[in-house]
Every structure is written in C-alpha cells, then in structure tokens.
Design a protein around this ligand. Structure first.
Ligand SMILES: Cc1ncc(COP(=O)(O)O)c(C=O)c1O
Length: 415
C-alpha cells in the first residue's frame, strides 16, 4: 500500500530545540511525545515568560497603585489582547480568562444555561463529546427540566446527517454544544454549518475548541458560533485558558462565580457587577499563567497557525497510512484528509494500557483509555483505545518509532 508522502513547511529541528523536555531521554531512549491532545509540552519562550513574570513583574492585578501592580496588570491585560487576536474576537471584552476549557464550558452552563434554559426546552449535544462538553449539559438538563438530545455518529465517526435531520423537528432548542475537533477520533466538525443550524432554531452554539485552537487558525467571527472554549495547556501554555463569548450574550448573563474583582459596588444589601470581561473573573486570576498563555499564543503565531495545521495534516496522513499497513491494527475515525492529528487505534485484542506500557518502554508516550468519551466508546463497542496525537514538534521519525513500537507490542503479545 502506498504511504502518503510527508513534507512540512516547518523547521522541525529549530522547533524541537525550543522544547527542553524533548532533549531528555526516557528509559534511555529519545522521547517520542505523542500525547499532546492530553497536554502539550512547553517551549522555552513560555517557560521563560513564567520565570520572568515572577522575577520582574509579579503582584496582584487591578489593585495595586504601586509599580509592580501596574506592571502585572499591564502584562495580564496585554495577554488578553493577544488572545483576542488569537481567536479573532471583535472585542477584548469578549475574552474571559479561565482555568481551562472545562471551566469555560461550565461557566456557560451555569451563567447562560441556568438563566436562559428552562423546563420544556431542549439542549443538543453530540455523541462524540469529551465529558467536559457533555456532563455540564446533562447536569443543566437535570437541574432545569430541559431535555438533552444527541446528534449521533456514522460508522466513520462523523456527525450523522440523518440524525441531524431527525433532531430538526425538536422544538425549543436553546443551546447546541459541539466539539470543533473530536479528541478521540480526530473528526473535524463543520462549525459554520452547525452555527447556522443552531441559529435557525433560535439556539446558541457553544463550541469546545480544546482540540482545535492549538492546531489550526481559529476565527470565532468566521465560525459564527456564540461561545468558544480553549485550554492553554494544550497549546504550549501553562494552566490558563479562555472562554470567548459574544458581548451581547455575556452582557445578559449573570456572573458565574462571585466574590472579589467581579463587582462594581457592594453594600450589605446589594452588589452590582463589574464590566466585561471582569464580571466573569472572580477572585485573583492565574496571573503569571495567563500572561504565559499570551506568550504561547505569540509563539504559535510566530510559527504560523496555517503552517502548523499543514504540518499536522501531512503528518496525520502519513501516520494513518503507516498504521493502516500494520496487520492487526484497527484505526477509528474518519480517513485523512478529513481528520485532525489524533490517531485512535487498537492492536489486536491487546488492552490499550498494555500497548501504552510497551510503547513507554521504547520512550514513546501515548494515551490509553476512554479519553473522557465513554459514550463515544460505547457507540463503537469499545472499552478503550490507544491514542497517538501529534503536534508541531512531531515528525516522521516519531511515527516511524511508533510503528516499530507497535511491532514490539505484536511480538510481546503474539498478535
Ligand atoms: C475535546 C476536549 N474538550 C475538553 C477537554 C477538557 O480540557 P481541560 O481538561 O483542559 O479542561 C479536553 C481535554 O482533553 C478535550 O480533549
């Protein structure tokens, strides 16, 4: 079988040199890190930003009138400006710093959901969602008396148009929630089309961008969605993320968490809320982490999101063909080119934990399990898969090492 040719616009050697951890051997072997979908590695530029914040500019934000307070605030709000550009938001007030995508989605479920979804209303999610974009809606439905419906999947792991057709008849849909890219299958969803579908029903579209924003250009205005969640730790940053939301919706929403910083005035009887975006940033934020998230976004933009996407696209096509050529390997999800850099597979009947352990002995890091998508696993009658996910620092040598590792798995377990 012909294997897709791999060419890349990236200078892989230069990029790898930015990531100190990639130079550290694991079990005496070169580290082959293929688990960026869970959390990515960090470049020196981000690590140095964290150190620099603590060494030169750290204080609490929005409070101190002294030099360091002003400097920290300037850098924190500067990071918001960078993230505004990163997702091409119309207005910096629409960018809220959160801990990660999970918090962003819960913010929407609590502040939007509990205000605008009620008994008799409907919520639509999909069968491919990560638990972080499923459990909040299930809980919202339970708490409000709304019903939750699911868009189902075809056998190749795409959204089933027939299922969408069937759900079209449902009335009072208030909210549609979908992943931009599936973390288990690499499916890329057509967000502009889903936004139109949601808006035709008078619903808002919430997009879980955790597996998309690190890997491809994101333009929330062009996508046409209403909320977009991302996690910084999956895009070369530390533990901070953002929720982007349309200003007119954020304005109408009550706060999520309450306390310091999100207020304008407080009396013993009554509190009024701060302006956007601070209305949704209660308490002391993750200051250095948010600033370093800005550095991560700048790092990725410096390389070019289009180039990163093209690199992963080519590497995924190559990897898919390589795995396809190994007897006993079953892959799940759409065939390239219609998939992102996530490869889910099984090796014969070997448990994915055993696969991952043998691969680890070769210095190869992959994820094994249900990937926080238990309903998706059930849809394909699976308990678990092994998942290899690629990023800007992976190359053909990583995929070739994976293939050799899988051959070792097969020898070990007589597949
Ligand atoms: C598609 C998707 N959504 C949400 C999440 C949750 O991300 P976090 O744990 O950073 O909140 C993940 C994490 O793997 C994910 O892959």
């Amino acid at each position: 079988m012909a294997v897709a040719e791999f060419t890349t616009p990236l200078d892989l050697e230069k990029i790898r040199a930015d990531f100190p951890i990639l130079a550290r051997p694991v079990h005496g072997k070169r580290l082959v890190f293929l688990d960026s979908a869970a959390s990515s590695q960090k470049p020196r530029q981000v690590i140095e930003t964290l150190v620099d914040v603590y060494e030169t500019s750290y204080a609490n934000v929005h409070r101190g009138v002294y030099y360091l307070g002003a400097r920290a605030t300037e850098r924190y709000e500067g990071a918001r400006d960078i993230m505004t550009g990163f997702v091409n938001a119309n207005d910096r007030r629409e960018v809220i710093f959160v801990r990660e995508a999970t918090e962003a989605l819960n913010l929407v479920a609590y502040a939007y959901g509990r205000t605008f979804v009620g008994p008799g209303d409907a919520i639509v999610a999909t069968e491919m969602e990560h638990h972080s974009n499923l459990v909040p809606w299930q809980f919202l439905a339970q708490q409000t008396g709304a019903t939750l419906h699911y868009l189902r999947l075809t056998d190749d792991g795409s959204l089933d148009p027939d299922s969408q057709q069937r759900l079209a008849a449902i009335e009072n849909v208030k909210l549609v929630a979908v992943a931009h890219v599936s973390n288990s299958l690499g499916t890329i969803n057509d967000i502009p089309a889903l936004a139109t579908w949601a808006h035709e029903r008078g619903a808002v579209l919430v997009v879980d961008g955790a597996q998309a924003a690190p890997h491809r250009p994101v333009d929330v205005q062009a996508l046409g969605c209403d909320f977009y969640a991302l996690s910084g730790h999956k895009m070369c940053g530390p533990g901070a993320g953002i929720l982007w939301g349309r200003a007119e919706l954020l304005e109408k929403m009550p706060p999520f968490l309450t306390g310091g910083e999100m207020i304008r005035t407080v009396s013993l009887e009554k509190t009024t809320w701060n302006d956007l975006p601070w209305k949704f940033e209660a308490g002391t934020p993750a200051i250095a982490e948010s600033i370093a998230l800005g550095a991560a976004a700048q790092y990725l933009q410096g390389i070019g999101m289009e180039a990163i996407e093209a690199h992963e696209h080519a590497l995924t096509a190559y990897a898919y063909d390589v795995l396809d050529g190994i007897s006993g390997v079953t892959q799940y999800g759409p065939k390239p080119p219609n998939r992102a850099g996530i490869l889910s597979f099984n090796v014969g009947k070997v448990h994915p934990h055993d696969v991952a352990q043998v691969l680890d002995s070769e210095g190869i890091a992959v994820r094994a399990g249900h990937h926080c998508t238990q309903p998706l696993m059930r849809r394909f009658d699976l308990q678990a898969t092994t998942r290899a996910s690629v990023y800007l620092y992976n190359g053909r040598d990583d995929i070739d090492a994976l293939a050799l590792g899988i051959e070792k798995v097969k020898r070990t377990f007589s597949v």
